[in-house]
Design a protein around this ligand. Structure first.
Ligand code: 13P
Length: 250
């Protein structure tokens, strides 16, 4: 049985004070008895302080990006070791906003995934198609290319440290969620693809999250689909009540 994993991607939101306030409310609302894994991914500037607050709670922390090099003259970038030093256990890589706005390629995402896994970070690897790609009927081709190139050279052993987040780009921040069936179809395609690339054991154990306008009122019908093992939440994770509502559905 795969455990559900609910992660909140705060994106470029929340000052330090606001971050402390939000994570405190999440911790208080959660109590100690969670049946799913809960991860918060605040902006870099809040990681250290959020980590102090989540100590001895069930909440875990991730970053939203990193660079693949260890250190050096890369102005503005953050390394895996830096993330680990402030308490990150997870890192989101390949988010569609990174791909679209910051021109990240499958190759650069692959470099980042390798670097993160080398340092024992758990990677939340995002994939998903644009609206025009879905309309052209090439969703699975797009997702397949992102996964094949993104995971090139990754060992089966390291796949236990990879979560895949399927986020159809047209559903991100638009209020337009994929239907549970649309999401399930792509999730099951991803699991079969992973079985082909790695093995059925790797595929069976893989956590595949859905992301794109997940809200408390649509979470449970998505999360009860056979191959949907959690959610990567954007907008709805910025308020404790709605994030807690999604966790309760899981
Ligand atoms: P929304 O939940 O705001 O659609 O964002 C999803 C997302 O991009 C999470 O990474």
């Amino acid at each position: 049985m795969r455990k559900k994993v609910i992660a909140g991607n705060w994106k470029m939101n929340k000052s330090l004070n606001e971050s402390q306030e939000l994570v405190s409310k999440i911790i208080n609302g959660l109590g100690n008895d969670t049946k799913c894994d809960v991860i918060v991914c605040p902006p870099f500037t809040s990681l250290s302080e959020v980590h102090s607050l989540i100590k001895n709670t069930p909440v875990k922390m991730g970053a939203q990006n990193m660079y693949h090099e260890e250190s050096g003259a890369y102005t503005g970038e953050i390394s895996a070791d830096m993330l680990i030093s402030v308490g990150c256990e997870y890192v989101i890589l390949g988010h569609s906003e990174r791909r679209a706005i910051f021109n990240e390629s499958n190759k650069s995402i692959n470099n980042k995934i390798k670097a993160a896994l080398n340092k024992k970070l758990i990677v939340i690897f995002c994939v998903g198609e644009l609206l025009e790609q879905r309309e052209k009927g090439i969703t699975t081709d797009v997702v397949s290319e992102q996964i094949t190139k993104g995971l090139d050279g990754i060992s089966s052993e390291n796949m236990s440290k990879v979560i895949i987040a399927y986020e159809p780009v047209w559903a991100i921040g638009t209020g337009k969620t994929a239907t549970p069936q649309q999401a399930q179809d792509v999730h099951s395609f991803i699991r079969e693809l992973i079985a082909k690339i790695f093995s059925s054991v790797v595929a069976d154990n893989l956590i595949i999250q859905y992301g794109g306008s997940v809200k408390p009122d649509n979470a449970s019908e998505l999360l009860t689909q056979k191959d949907i093992d959690g959610a990567l939440v954007g907008g709805a994770c910025l308020k404790a009540d709605s994030f807690l509502g999604i966790i309760a559905s899981a």
